[in-house]
Design a protein around this ligand. Structure first.
Ligand code: FES
Length: 359
């Protein structure tokens, strides 16, 4: 039933034609009555744990056992990572590694979740209540009552009193993220510095620019005005079945474009980094590393499809829109005696997400 804000007085109802019934007061808002009456709360039933101390003790034991199990699962996931390493490309190793780490994480999360739900359902205070709507900031009285409720909740849930449950829950919550920390560290080779790895690519002085994926070297005369090429360092395809091929390719991929030389606004220190309007930029977005693969030749804009960062090729690939924080790194290029495009050096800054630039 609708009521006004001040006096709690019933408001009058309107029929479907919008005409109010005769008993309505002039000047009051007209709100249709609810079609259903409030059924109220169902009768309260005591739980077995409310009336039987033994059942309560049993539930308590179940909850902390589940939290202990969660800890075991998380620790097992870390141990499995070390016991079943993926050091070769053997599919069996990969399966075992995934299976046992997965089982550990599953146990860690499942036991934690079931324990928390069981604690709430079997042991925490179970009386239903109605929370009446009120202004967002309560009166001093309400605020004092809120503090009181928190204290009551602490008392009723037993968070402060049931120390074994509380401590095992804290232990399970602390242990649960550990597998993620270990797994993320494992993404980088153990014996090498990841920052160092990301700071260098296969590009070096004299390396020819080659088509991706064929590996055929590119002549400057092949790059027509308005065209763009997906490029890799010549020789990368020789690694194609070896270890580290994908990592090297992911760092070294480049986009090659030809603009009219008068459309290029090059930085003074990069005047000799292009060749007759041909420029090469890293294809790895400086936001979070997606491939920037969409080139709009009329505007000379590159678009990253992941989060719509846009880079202006005519202005040294500076960011003109989107979340990327810095320009795409430029590969200095030149032409060798046979007319093939070559790199003058490696990139002069780390490719990829901006995070690495800060090291
Ligand atoms: S990865 Fe390119 S915009 Fe986010």
């Amino acid at each position: 039933m609708a009521q006004d804000d001040n006096g709690g007085k019933d408001l009058t109802a309107a029929d479907s034609s919008g005409l109010a019934h005769a008993e309505e007061s002039a000047g009051l808002a007209v709100i249709a009555r609810d079609a259903l009456t409030d059924p109220g709360l169902p009768p309260h039933h005591e739980r077995i744990t409310d009336i039987d101390p033994k059942a309560e003790k049993r539930a308590e034991r179940t909850v902390y056992t589940l939290f202990y199990l969660s800890i075991v699962g998380s620790v097992w996931a870390v141990a499995a990572y070390m016991l079943f390493p993926m050091e070769s490309n053997n599919v069996g190793d990969v399966r075992l590694n995934n299976l046992f780490i997965g089982l550990g994480i599953t146990l860690g999360l499942l036991a934690l979740g079931i324990g928390a739900v069981h604690w709430a359902k079997a042991l925490m205070y179970a009386k239903e209540g109605i929370d009446v709507r009120h202004p967002t900031r309560g009166t001093e009285e309400t605020r004092a009552r809120a503090v009181e409720i928190f204290q009551e909740a602490n008392e009723e849930s037993g968070f402060g009193r049931r120390t074994l449950i509380r401590n095992t829950l804290i232990g399970a919550l602390v242990a649960f993220p550990l597998p993620a920390v270990v797994l993320f560290r494992g993404l980088a080779p153990q014996d090498q510095n990841p920052v160092e790895l990301l700071s260098h690519t296969l590009w070096a002085k004299g390396t020819r620019l080659a088509l991706d994926p064929s590996g055929a070297p590119i002549k400057a005369s092949d790059v027509t005005l308005g065209s763009s090429f997906h490029v890799i360092p010549e020789g990368l395809t020789d690694l194609s079945h070896g270890e580290g091929y994908l990592e090297e390719k992911a760092k070294a991929v480049v986009l090659l474009m030809r603009l009219k030389p008068e459309d290029l606004h090059e930085l003074p220190e990069r005047k000799d980094w292009s060749y007759d309007g041909i420029v090469a930029y890293s294809k790895i977005c400086t936001h979070v590393g997606c491939p920037v693969a969409l080139y709009e030749q009329q505007t000379h804009h590159l678009l990253c499809p992941c989060h719509q960062s846009q880079f202006d090729v005519s202005n040294h690939c500076e960011v003109i829109f989107g979340p990327a924080a810095r320009a795409l790194p430029q590969l200095p290029i030149a032409v060798d005696a046979e007319g093939y495009l070559i790199a003058q050096s490696d990139f002069t800054e780390p490719v990829g997400p901006s995070f690495w630039e800060r090291h």
